[in-house]
Ligand binder design. Sequence first.
Ligand SMILES: C[S@@+](CC[C@H](N)C(=O)[O-])C[C@H]1O[C@@H](n2cnc3c(N)ncnc32)[C@H](O)[C@@H]1O
Length: 235
Amino acid sequence: MRLRGRKGIRESLERQPDLIVLDPKARRGEWARHFGNSNPIHVELGMGKGRFISELSLRNPDINYIGVDMFDELLRRGAEKARLAHGGLEEGEGIPNLRLALFNIEYIEEMFTPGELERIYLNFSDPWPKKRHARRRLTHANFLRKYKDILNGRGEIHFKTDSRNLFEFSLNSFSDMGLRMRDISLHLHQDGLREDMVQTEYELKFFEQGMPIYRCEVLIGKEALEEHISSLDLA
Ligand SMILES: C[S@@+](CC[C@H](N)C(=O)[O-])C[C@H]1O[C@@H](n2cnc3c(N)ncnc32)[C@H](O)[C@@H]1O
């Protein structure tokens, strides 16, 4: 097997500007123009090897997707996986509604302007179990304030984790911010794998080990909340 060095990986990313965004700050406020349409933008923060975001981009051509991670090698593998998922595209053949961005989520507000996004996916984010690292958890209030800002009126956060402690922490964090939650599940795949939903790499691994997956949706935007409340009235 030929191993790629760091330089080789970076060169591979640079050869794919149609899919890989190495300087996403430069696109701040310009994502719609970059995609060439005003379709909603959904982002996965910490996409890992990219299974989830590439599968969603295939299923929903009218939504623009951005996968964010901070490691070159993960972006390279994500790009490879996305091209395979989209029918074996060659480097240079773009996927109109998908971009993979190299960025540190801690500075996410530097990548998007207020209201630029419609949905944020947090899938199996690092749990940071030590109390002194609580601020690094992606559902800490400091992150939620940033997400609230960059999400639009229809904005939602969809959160999945295998960590009961992170889930407990996150429910408290959402609640402390006065956010409304929907579809809370303490064992998402209790009755077998949910084929109607797209799974991540980590999710499939934990599912095979029989571990419970915790999930919830958080309503951020005013319209998202109003729509949810009126759906309850109709029910
Ligand atoms: C546990 S993995 C989950 C990957 C994927 N979402 C899944 O469910 O299979 C967490 C991912 O978040 C990324 N990550 C963690 N902190 C990050 C940060 N501050 N900025 C960008 N990516 C980050 C890691 O590189 C890793 O790929």
